[in-house]
Design a protein around this ligand. Structure first.
Ligand code: AQP
Length: 338
């Protein structure tokens, strides 16, 4: 394998508003990785992924701009990182097609996200939803990215990205695509729904009470935490005591991730507390951490022309990396005129 330039890529779908799950599971790590000097960082609003399930066009347009504001408000600096929306860089879809021809149907059928999202009605799901992981592999490999920070739910897709890179390299006898590492780290790599501790917090959950949106105001955040489902027991004195208590475990993890401490530390500090005491502390912490971000998002969203300018500039920088990689991939595959 050649030495690949250390490069970080990740994306978020503008399929709704940014949630606390996206923030703690992905965005916080994006910002840390941006601020480490050892690699370049490329972050993307993956609008082509969002339309694998129906999106209202006007809503998608607004959500993409709002997500861009979210990236910046959380600490992504569009000068340090390349920040853009996926559809503006056509090389993603072009490499995605090559990967649709490399990946196998059986691989896609095993994806738990496909099974969850298509549900019992798989015959009616879009072909794009089925092929989602091939396009995701292209998002990553079009930049020869070596590291991808994601939440726990994306682990399987990252493994598939590695399988696609290996198969492409083997099929064509090249060492062209890197074998990308996933970076799944932090106290909240899987933030669960506030209404059901067995489901992940999700932008597209029909219940708004299941999630904290990064644009929720102070009262809404406090009300959602107060009404979060829990059990009647107080907090235990060690982490093992949370083993069969998914909702309690979730609130402890959220507290830990927001406070930048370990879950063990949260338990040590709050052992024996009833949720009537713990929830208000968590609500205060969440408001203190999230309010400045939502205020900054509102400020940035009020200037859509500036957001569009930043996205256009980001896409230009992204294409400068992506174009030569696609050209070489086309040459490897045997396209005339590549
Ligand atoms: N609940 C979560 N906990 C931890 N990390 C999460 N991520 C998403 N939800 C959680 C991480 O956020 C990044 C962007 O995710 P995405 O928008 O591309 O898609 P998703 O994982 O499908 O997120 P949603 O919110 O559930 O969107 P919808 O409802 O549209 O499907 C990823 O790194 C993801 O791991």
């Amino acid at each position: 394998m050649p030495d690949f330039t250390p490069r970080v890529f990740s994306g978020i779908q503008p399929s709704g508003g940014l949630t606390l799950g996206n923030y703690l599971g992905a965005m916080k790590r994006f910002v840390q990785m941006q601020d480490e000097a050892s690699h370049e960082t490329i972050y993307c609003m993956v609008d082509l992924h969002a339309i694998t399930v129906w999106q209202d066009p006007a809503r998608l347009h607004a959500a993409t701009r709002e997500l861009c504001a979210g990236f910046i408000a959380c600490g992504i600096d569009p000068e340090k990182s390349i920040l853009f929306n996926q559809s503006r860089v056509p090389e993603h879809a072009q490499l995605g097609w090559l990967f649709s021809c490399v990946a196998r149907m059986g691989w896609m059928q095993r994806m738990t996200q496909w099974k969850d999202k298509a549900g019992k009605n798989a015959q009616n799901a879009s072909l794009g939803l089925f092929a989602y992981p091939a396009l995701m592999a292209a998002d990553i490999l079009i930049y020869h990215a070596t590291h991808v920070p994601v939440g726990e739910d994306q682990k399987q897709h990252l493994e598939l990205t590695r399988d696609i890179a290996v198969k492409f390299n083997n099929d064509f006898g090249v060492d062209f695509f890197p074998i990308t590492e996933s970076v799944i780290e932090g106290a909240a790599t899987r933030v669960m729904s506030l209404r059901d501790g067995s489901r992940k917090m999700s932008k597209s959950d029909p219940s708004d009470m299941s999630r904290i949106n990064m644009t929720d105001d102070t009262d809404t955040i406090a009300a959602k935490i107060r009404k979060a489902r829990t059990d009647p027991e107080p907090l235990p004195s060690d982490l093992k005591g949370l083993d069969e208590r998914p909702e309690a475990r979730n609130l402890v993890n959220i507290y830990a991730a927001l406070a930048d401490v370990s879950a063990e530390q949260v338990i040590a500090d709050h052992a024996g507390q009833q949720f009537s005491t713990f929830k208000p502390s968590l609500a205060d912490l969440a408001v203190a951490k999230l309010s400045p971000i939502s205020a900054e998002m509102a400020r940035l969203t009020a200037d859509p022309a500036e957001i569009d300018r930043l996205l256009a500039r980001g896409a230009q920088r992204a294409r400068a990396v992506a174009e030569p990689v696609l050209k070489q991939a086309y040459e490897i595959v045997g396209m005339v005129g590549a």
